[in-house]
Design a protein around this ligand. Structure first.
Ligand code: NAP
Length: 292
């Protein structure tokens, strides 16, 4: 589907829908506490429901759940008491990658290149947020970054619109806007764009999300590491960081915490970790970033 076609297929929400903020708290594993806070800006309408053992966990759909970051996001969501729908390309592979015995985990087929209708089916009518941790797998297809990191993400956003899911977390990358930052000669910018303009593809997807009206948090990590976290998270506004790295465990943590704090709504954040950085609570980290 062309970008123009996908754009016209999207229902643009009204101002008030766009500003409907849902506070997304994780239920604790022992006693399920469900807190929904919906606040309509400008009209003073707010609603709060608190209940015990309601028997329904908040369900989050994770695209790219078999990936190195995606599987960590799944694990951390489950550990926090969420139900998870893991969107994967290969269900058999997923059963070995993920702890499929967990009753709160459901594995569903979801290839982001197969269009928004199939994705909407996979997301279902019970997911309340979508986390996108996909990334093209290197191969012979030079268009793969565009198919996965651009159009695939656009398809996911459209699928959310079809299912009235209004919370979207994207794992993107620092330097996506490297050209505008004067980083054209940064070796990382050159390297990541050599294969299919990966960063440019991601930036286009980000732009689409930001125009779509969906409540987004775009997380742009530095270089990803598999080893356990060293140091603390440094969070900066968009187009600030041009070097640094971070453990995938911490990236997953930031993605999960973004679901809990309204301070993360409609924001783009760049993250790395540094040994000398002070440990700051997440509401403070997200709160320090201005909405654009
Ligand atoms: N590597 C870095 O240093 C770095 C730095 C900053 C940002 N990032 C970005 O961070 C994100 C996560 O990176 P990662 O290294 O953790 O990812 P990864 O291990 O490469 O995993 C990528 C995931 O995307 C899935 N995927 C690929 N094509 C798909 C498709 N057509 N439909 C659905 N899923 C598809 C893969 O599924 P399969 O398992 O089936 O292949 C896999 O689950 C990526 O967007 C990456 O570009 C990476």
């Amino acid at each position: 589907m062309s970008m123009a076609a996908t754009l016209t297929a999207v229902r643009i929400p009204t101002f008030h829908q766009r500003h409907l903020k849902q506070h997304f708290t994780a239920p604790s594993s022992s006693s399920l506490r469900l807190l929904n806070l919906a606040k309509m800006e400008g009209s003073e309408i707010s609603e709060q429901v608190v209940g015990e053992d309601l028997g329904a966990k908040k369900k989050v759909f994770v695209a790219g759940a078999t990936g190195s970051t995606g599987k960590r996001i799944v694990e951390q969501l489950l550990a926090k008491g969420f139900a998870v729908k893991a969107g994967v390309r290969d269900i058999d592979k997923a059963k070995t990658t993920l702890s499929s015995a967990n009753p709160s985990l459901q594995i569903v087929k979801a290839d982001v290149t197969e269009g928004s209708d199939k994705l909407a089916e996979a997301i279902g009518d019970d997911s309340e947020a979508v986390v996108c941790a996909t990334g093209f797998r290197p191969g012979w297809d030079l268009l793969a970054p565009w198919k996965v990191d651009n159009f695939g993400t656009v398809n996911l956003v459209e699928a959310c619109r079809k299912r009235n899911v209004n919370r979207f977390i994207l794992i993107s990358s620092i330097l996506v806007n490297g050209a505008a930052m004067g980083q054209l000669l940064n070796p990382a910018y050159i390297f990541l764009n050599v294969f299919g303009l990966t960063l440019v593809a991601k930036l286009q997807a980000e732009k689409y999300i930001r125009k779509s009206g969906i409540n987004y948090t775009i997380i742009r990590p530095g270089g990803l590491r598999n080893d356990p976290p060293t140091g603390n998270v440094v969070m900066e506004p968009e187009d600030t960081l041009y070097e640094g790295s971070i453990s995938r465990d911490l990236v997953a943590e930031v993605a999960v915490e973004a679901l809990a704090y309204p301070e993360a709504f409609y924001k783009v954040v760049e993250i790395v970790s540094r040994p000398d950085a002070p440990k700051r609570p997440y509401h403070d980290l997200f709160g320090s970033i201005r909405q654009q």
